[in-house]
Design a protein around this ligand. Structure first.
Ligand SMILES: [Zn+2]
Length: 124
């Protein structure tokens, strides 16, 4: 649970830590926030063909939301697309558990564990 929830307990479904138009955090303590969050998870599962973004096994709807931006900077953003580019992904439970601090990179909409497989235009 984010500290912000402990201290301020916002009742709005969407929290904008950097202002409207920036990163969005859906408040899971509200019904609407849950709807947005799990709705986005479902949209990610659909766009990935229900395959895990790392191992590509079919994981159906039993995947976990993986926050691309949470690594390093500690910034969470629940949006799944920004400026037309996909962000965040869905991982099977096993990959989500084993991922740890490993970094993954987008390649054609999927994470790839080996940066050498990342197309140059997608690194930029
Ligand atoms: Zn997996």
């Amino acid at each position: 649970m984010l500290d912000i929830y402990k201290t301020r307990r916002p009742t709005t479904p969407i929290f904008y830590p950097e202002g409207v138009g920036g990163p969005e955090i859906y408040n899971l303590e509200t019904a609407e926030g849950k709807r947005l969050y799990y709705g986005n998870l479902y949209k990610i599962e659909v766009r990935q063909g229900f395959q895990c973004a790392i191992c590509e096994r079919i994981a159906g709807s039993r995947m976990d939301f993986d926050h691309e931006q949470s690594r390093g900077g500690g910034k969470r953003d629940d949006r799944i697309e920004v400026d037309g580019k996909w962000q965040n992904a869905a991982l099977c439970r096993r990959c989500n558990t084993e991922k740890g601090s490993k970094r993954y990179h987008w390649n054609s909409g999927k994470y790839v564990p080996n940066p050498s497989r990342v197309l140059a235009k997608e690194v930029a």
